[in-house]
Design a protein around this ligand. Structure first.
Ligand code: NAD
Ligand code: IPM
Ligand code: MN
Length: 376
């Protein structure tokens, strides 16, 4: 197959992990015969520095003409001036809005080898396999804003239609999994949350009677995510709550450097990015974990390009590296960004060559069953 992919490296560790995503695609192309045509474009702080805009017109145009978009990260201290009229993050928010990417899928499945590295007790982590479906183009992020000298305002607004489309996506996903859906809201305080609750109950009753719906207030959900994470299947929630809860959920997996995401609309290209940011504390040091970025490539292969078997191969290669402790320091390993990504490509090569006369990789479990990882 032929695919056109726009690469948006962005800022901080973004370009470092993106370089590894690009190399992975080159390797995968050579191994499978697929043609991945990549085009780099500016976004975020890098774009502000170059052309004075966080999302230049030619970046958006290239994204629209692509089959999929990969993004590293945006932002950093250089552009953090509170008086600045333009911020790198606006570029990412505009891109999500312009491409209509209302559903952000953030899967969390701790690797068995990482369970002892997590700050959460191992017995609580056994069996954790959840996906947060975060609403991505509404709520506080996109409501009316007002900033005066001594008063500021961010309006939170949701319509029935905005809620229905993302809940429908989340419930359909739950149907392919364990058929449990958890709505997280703050209906004891927020009018928007009461609308979320009513619309979600109606929709699930009407269109997904086979799905078990649970409803949690967001403060309690933050606790339940740590005290009984294995009980969650699909969590659906508004934009801001989803942002916060997924950084918390990253700690179930053991590192911010492990969580990928897919942002999807009803049509057009999807956007794939790690959930982490530009990590200014690691930037330029070859320390960033590239796995969240590589797993975002896997999500792109699956969701935008229909290459499910290839996606499983990439996930398997990452998983095997974690099991063998071929990781960056955040996971207890000794490798740099470049070496860790090279280890993934090397495992990908062996798996692909080894599978020429078997037909197995895609059907194997994502996780090694006998991990040999030990915490350093
Ligand atoms: P961050 O996610 O960049 O970093 C939080 C912590 O996680 C840091 O300790 C960092 O070292 C660690 N971390 C992050 N990515 C890692 C990786 N790949 N490997 C190992 N460790 C990793 O969040 P922050 O420091 O709050 O934000 C920094 C900047 O990034 C801000 O400007 C913020 O707006 C931006 N940001 C961008 C995105 C995005 O582009 N999608 C997401 C979040 C934050
Ligand atoms: C994320 C980030 C972004 C968000 C920022 C950079 C705008 O934190 O993708 O999780 O809040 O959505
Ligand atoms: Mn975030």
């Amino acid at each position: 197959m032929q695919a056109t992919i726009t690469l948006l490296p962005g800022d901080g560790i973004g370009p470092e992990v993106m370089a590894q995503a690009e190399q992975l695609l080159t390797e995968l192309g050579a191994l499978t015969g697929h043609s991945f045509q990549t085009h780099r474009r500016l976004i975020g702080g890098a774009a502000i520095d170059a052309v004075g805009q966080a999302l230049p017109g030619n970046t958006l145009a290239a994204c629209r003409q692509s089959d999929a978009v990969l993004l590293g990260a945006v932002g950093g201290p250089k552009w953090d001036d509170p008086e600045a009229s333009i911020r790198p993050e606006q570029g990412l928010l505009q891109l999500r809005e312009q491409l209509g990417l209302f559903a952000n899928l953030r899967p969390v499945k701790p690797h068995p080898a990482m369970i002892h590295a997590s700050p959460i007790r191992p017995e609580r982590l056994a069996g954790v396999d959840l996906v947060v479906v975060r609403e991505l183009t509404g709520g506080l992020y996109f409501g009316r804003k007002l900033a005066l000298a001594d008063m500021a305002e961010d309006v939170c607004r949701y319509s029935r239609e905005e809620i229905e489309r993302v809940v429908r996506r989340a419930a359909a996903l739950a149907r392919t999994r364990r058929r449990r859906l958890t709505l997280v809201d703050k209906a004891n305080v927020l009018a928007t949350s009461r609308l979320w609750r009513r619309v979600t109950k109606e929709l699930v009753q009407r269109e997904f009677p086979d799905i078990a719906l649970e409803i949690l207030l967001v403060d309690a959900a933050a606790m339940h995510l740590l005290s009984r994470p294995a009980e969650f299947d699909v969590i659906v929630t508004e934009n801001l709550f989803g942002d916060i809860l997924t950084d918390e959920a990253a700690m179930l997996a053991g590192s911010m450097g492990l969580l990928p995401s897919a942002s999807l609309g009803n049509s057009g290209p999807g956007l794939y990015e790690p959930i982490h940011g530009s990590a200014p504390d690691l930037a330029g040091q070859d320390k960033a974990n590239p796995f969240a970025m590589l797993l975002s490539v896997a999500m792109m292969l699956e969701h935008s390009l229909g290459l499910v078997e290839e996606a499983r191969l990439v996930e398997r290669a990452v998983s095997d590296c974690i099991a063998a402790s071929e990781t960056t320091a955040d996971l207890g390993g000794r490798l740099g960004t470049v070496e860790a990504a090279a280890a993934v490509r090397s495992r990908l090569r062996s798996a692909t060559v080894g599978s020429q006369d078997r037909k197995p990789a895609a059907s194997k479990e994502t996780h090694a069953t006998t991990p040999v990882y030990s915490v350093a």
